[in-house]
Ligand binder design. Sequence first.
Ligand code: CAA
Length: 388
Amino acid sequence: MASDFDLYRPSEEHEMLRDSVRALAEAKIAPYAAEVDEEARFPQEALDALVANDLHAVHVPEAYGGAGADALATVIVIEEVARVCGSSSLIPAVNKLGSLPVILSASEELKKRYLAPLAKGDAMFSYCLSEPDAGSDAGGMKTKAVRDGDSWVLNGVKRWITNAGVSDYYTVMAVTDPDKRTKGISAFVVEKDDEGVSFGAPEKKLGIKGSPTREVYLDNVRIPADRMIGAEGTGFATAMQTLDHTRITIAAQALGIAQGALDYAKGYVQERKQFGKPIGDFQGVQFMLADMAMKIEAARQLTYAAAARSERVSEGSEKEDLTFFGAAAKCYASDAAMEITTDAVQLLGGYGYTRDYPVERMMRDAKITQIYEGTNQVQRIVMARNLP
Ligand code: CAA
């Protein structure tokens, strides 16, 4: 029987997957990363390359036409894409976030209907939990769904929705019974083309500029009753269970961004000469690189340990300590990524502070990983409530 340690350690197949995603990312995604950031445009080249290689939504089970990758393989894909382009890594990450409520809780009919196009690369998925006045307090949402015969009618505004406008499908959490707070929230699949769905202007962000973040407006959106995910009143629990698994994908994104910055800085310090020798020969610089590598490895081990728990839960085990591990991995890896990318900018000095070098983009991209899928303050609340 595999020990816990074996479960955290990537197998030979995982390492082969890493090699092939790295080669693809360097050849087909990296060349556009600076331009995508500069122009704040969607990384279509990345989407095309990921879809062509079946890497855009690897988590979709084989039963629905997907690759059926385990949680660790999904982490590795996101990590390797993020190593060259944070914005592009949100394609596999948010496809998992948006569709996981369906995988975890929807009827067989909904799974078939919505997972197959996702697996084929014909549609992307987004996740609509947050609202203008309900961020950390997700249970305080105002978007309403009212039953009307065989339909639900949705009204409200969702905010900070990653890949909004590009995605065809949206998992929307809405209040179906205002008296029950979190127990009165239900989840639905809404389609981009449903009448009454529209999008706000793209947010002007510090980083991940290639991934559109927009509001989603729901104006009397009438959808068939069978688009509810799971039973009425279970939407908040489904949303939280989803985040238990997907916070690990944000840890993976943070890890990849940090690795990209370290790899770049490592090369730079060998090239850059001051005082007659490469700056990498100075012990002060070596200590910084050592700390960066140490933090990445610690973050990687925690992220893979969390992915092993995610996989076990997906295979039917009890929830164990997944909630703690998902929050801990996301929190630790994103804090580490912020430190590591900031240090990478420092190592490049004035050059690091310009857009002629990729590390300032990586530093800007790293910042969001401390904020979304729950701020790191929320992660600490979650960890404190679920101490192992
Ligand atoms: N698994 C299953 N059910 C859970 C759960 C979990 N991990 N956590 C909570 N629940 C359920 C429980 O049934 C609980 O009811 P019980 O009393 O019966 O246990 C119910 O939900 C309510 O839970 P809480 O009382 O803990 O809820 P709360 O109002 O105190 O909120 C919170 C808890 C942790 C702060 C939560 O609101 C939260 O996670 N906030 C952050 C939201 C967030 O992460 N937003 C990110 C948006 S997505 C995003 O950023 C995506 C992107 O674009 C990339």
